[in-house]
Write a protein that binds this ligand. Structure first.
Ligand SMILES: Cc1cc2nc3c(=O)[nH]c(=O)nc-3n(C[C@H](O)[C@H](O)[C@H](O)COP(=O)(O)O)c2cc1C
Length: 213
């Protein structure tokens, strides 16, 4: 027995960040969501570029976090994102690697949404069951490993931004996907199959724990 569908009707919050629909990453998004739906789960999608989500902190937002205070009240768009997190069992981040980071828009999403009083301090953010990262990279895995770039990306995302806010996590890199490399087309279908299975099996497979030192 695979145990694939042992948890039904779970809720997944998908945070997707890519500036173009003419991309491999958007196919990853679609395959993953197909898997979620086929397994009988629900999803909510935040497409950060399509939403025009503002990801620069205002001075007021900076001062609120920097002074460890819950005043003034948060902006409506931040509250909406926080509500999506707290309504979910799992969160999935789907994005391309830009300069060994997520695109600035997603980094800014963390800046504004991971507020004092929500993600730290007297935290109101729930502890999520799972976090999944589906990340597309232009470089081949050997290079990402050789120069410590993969470790850096995982350390920032899993070791800091998620840390003990999630029970288990999975960080999947689809490497060698730059338009310059033949591997982009060679691995296209297999990568999308993996993305689909990550959605379908999200609540079935045992993943690595994070948030423990
Ligand atoms: C501004 C920019 C910065 C990038 N930086 C990196 C990088 O640091 N490491 C890497 O492996 N790929 C990097 N890439 C390559 C993208 O990750 C690659 O284009 C993407 O994964 C391919 O998928 P797409 O068709 O969805 O864009 C960068 C691409 C752009 C446009």
């Amino acid at each position: 027995m695979s145990g694939r569908n042992n948890c039904l009707n779970m809720k997944v919050f998908v945070v997707y960040c890519h500036p173009s629909e003419d991309s491999f990453t958007r196919h990853v998004r679609d395959a993953f969501i197909r898997g979620i739906v086929d397994a009988g789960h629900e999803y909510v999608l935040s497409d950060l570029y399509a939403m025009g989500f503002r990801t620069d902190m205002s001075e007021q937002e900076y001062l609120r976090d920097a002074n460890y205070t819950t005043e003034p009240p948060l902006a409506a768009d931040v509250l909406a994102e926080q509500a999506k997190v707290n309504a979910a069992d799992a969160v999935a981040f789907i994005y391309p690697v830009f300069w060994t980071e997520a695109p600035a828009k997603l980094v800014g999403w963390f800046d504004r949404v991971w507020t004092y009083g929500f993600a730290y301090g007297e935290r109101t953010m729930k502890t999520l069951d799972k976090a999944l990262f589906l990340v597309t990279a232009g470089n081949k895995m050997e290079r990402l490993v050789q120069f410590g770039l993969l470790d850096s990306m995982k350390k920032v995302m899993l070791g800091d931004r998620l840390f003990n806010r999630v029970r288990t996590s999975d960080f999947v890199v689809f490497d060698g996907m730059t338009k310059k490399l033949e591997s982009r087309l060679e691995n296209w279908d297999a990568n999308l199959q993996t993305a689909y299975e990550k959605g379908r099996d999200l609540f079935a497979d045992a993943s690595g724990e994070v948030g423990k030192e």
